[in-house]
Design a protein around this ligand. Structure first.
Ligand code: CA
Ligand code: CA
Length: 109
């Protein structure tokens, strides 16, 4: 397994059991709700536009040994049967799915 694939898999495993809506505020903000941190992110969209540098493992712990890499997470709410039809994050109330991309990248010094 390449390092990049492993870093993407870490994110996938970390997010696998999270709900689509915040369990406290239901449909709160698209992104982390006020006061939330990496340790308390509790729904999928909390991770939108987060960059982890150094990267993290599936338990949300930093991996300083791989400090030459970082992980960028981008989420977009999508319609289940038309995943490319939505381009507006604000319309997440009508959608049931999320498209996630993880971009492990090698930092340049
Ligand atoms: Ca949340
Ligand atoms: Ca949220």
């Amino acid at each position: 397994m390449t390092t990049a694939l492993m870093l993407a898999t870490n994110i996938q495993e970390m997010m696998a059991d999270l709900s689509f809506s915040d369990p406290v505020t239901a449909n709160g903000v698209f992104g982390p709700e006020p006061g939330e941190t990496l340790a308390t992110y509790n729904d999928l969209d909390d991770f939108d536009m987060q960059t982890f540098d150094p990267p993290i493992n599936a338990s949300r712990s930093a991996i300083p040994e791989l400090g030459q890499y970082s992980q960028l997470i981008s989420l977009m709410p999508v319609y289940p049967y038309m995943p490319s039809a939505n381009t507006n994050e604000a319309s997440h109330d009508q959608t049931l799915s999320l498209s996630a991309s993880v971009a492990p990248r090698r930092n340049t010094w």
